[in-house]
Design a binder for this molecule. Structure first.
Ligand code: DC
Length: 219
């Protein structure tokens, strides 16, 4: 199985780099953050408080989540736009700190990769916990300013200060939670996209994957 794991904080360029890398390598791309967002979306829709951990965990086990390049579906309802909205973004850190939700989504992420023989998989705990044997682990980062201005540009109705505050809040929650917090795997390569830029980062990672493949196949 050929897994490329990409972890890093919000706005570090994971989605853009992940999608392009997958395209260049002929692999499928999975955004695991969208799966956590899908659970938060389902909870809000069913009027379940995200803090009600047991009910949210039961919900995570029960719902059907499809994340692909057409968008995100939760029990056949198109949630592509809503999972990026402020309500879900606000609730998702609590959902992502729920250990039973994490265990359910981890199992789904592993099954997804096994079905496809691997993929480019992006999240917070992919190289550290979900795929500790990934072919390549990448920790993508960028300065807080660069990350906030990227996110502010993506969402035209939000201003920079609000986005910067929200990113800081989510960084603290993602890095500070007890179950699989955002962290750099010891054997990950760190790429700072505020220094390198997205295109250059993708080129470099394609080359790294090629070298790893050649190494593991003894070419
Ligand atoms: O990447 P994102 O902003 O869409 O992620 C949404 C939330 O889910 C964010 O708070 C981090 C969390 N997450 C996680 O805990 N583990 C993952 N593998 C992916 C995302």
């Amino acid at each position: 199985m050929r897994v490329i794991a990409i972890d890093g904080p919000a706005g570090s360029g994971k989605s853009t780099v992940g999608r392009r890398l997958a395209e260049r390598l002929g692999l499928t791309y999975l955004d695991t953050g969208a799966m956590y967002r899908a659970v938060a979306f389902a909870a809000i829709r069913q009027g379940i408080d995200p803090e009600e951990s047991e009910r949210v965990a039961a919900l995570a086990r029960a719902i059907d989540i499809v994340v692909d390049d057409r968008g995100v579906k939760v029990d056949d309802i198109d949630a592509t736009v809503e999972i990026r909205g402020p309500e879900v973004t606000c609730a998702v850190s609590v959902v992502a700190a729920n250990s039973e939700v994490r265990s359910e989504l981890r199992a789904r992420q592993r099954a997804w990769a096994i079905e496809r023989g691997g993929g480019v998989i992006e999240g917070r705990d992919i190289g550290t916990v979900v795929f500790p044997d990934a072919l390549l682990k990448v920790y993508l980062t960028a300065s807080a300013e660069v990350r906030a201005s990227r996110r502010a540009k993506e969402m035209t109705d939000l201003d920079y200060d609000d986005v910067a505050a929200d990113i800081a809040r989510r960084d603290a929650a993602d890095s500070g939670r007890s179950d699989s917090p955002l962290a750099t795997a010891g054997d990950a390569v760190t790429v700072d996209t505020s220094v390198m830029g997205i295109d250059e980062a993708v080129d470099e990672l394609v080359e790294m994957v090629r070298l790893r493949v050649a190494d593991t196949e003894g070419a």
